[in-house]
Design a protein around this ligand. Sequence first.
Ligand code: C5P
Length: 230
Amino acid sequence: MTAPKRLIVALDTVDPVQAQSWAQAVGAHAGLLKLGLEFFAANGPTGYRQVTGAPIFLDLKLHDIPNTVAGAVRAVLPLQPRMLTIHAAGGAAMIQAARQAAETAGTVRPIILAVTVLTSLDAAALAAIGVQASPVEQVLRLGRLAVEAGADGLVCSPQEVAMLRQALGAQVKLVVPGIRPAGADTGDQARVMTPHEAVAAGADWIVVGRPITQAADPGAAAAAIAASIR
Ligand code: C5P
């Protein structure tokens, strides 16, 4: 059996030509390529279809009433994304609606991942929106809620992955950004892990953006990271 491709490369750009250039360079080393809200807002389904080379993780972090989220999920199913994100804070009914909409995919349905607490929110920011729990407590609460409501997994930070793996078990998919190769510039990511550390802590997939896309040779950078977790 070939080793699972645990590397997801984040193609963070609004330029579809740039995105496709990166996709060509890294696609062979990546399990998935991640297109985000910025790319999709700028380029829509037409731009999305230009990015080929590996299955797509469409990271839109949907958060609305259940009916609207279900409609958005159904609307992107023809693009055949392999993963989709929603906000766990949208609540159980919204998560169930997203899962049910995903089930209507003709063939392989997308994996539904829930985002718990944005890593941009600290304890003070949570308190300001009325959440008295600590960030860790809130991640665990929303993570459990999301999985019980039908999410296949969670996006989580390196600091949370071991805790969530222990709390939620082996079946839950954990996707972890905030990854830097050993010795790399950490950029604006305050708390990071190496690819190997994240997989050892329980990540099913790691998400890496700039250390690959801003490298002199993105293909070689992706190959090196993929090799480090094989
Ligand atoms: O360039 P870098 O490796 O930091 O990119 C990480 C990717 O993961 C970006 O697309 C970013 O939006 C996403 N992400 C993150 N931290 C989170 C959630 C998502 O960096 N907490």
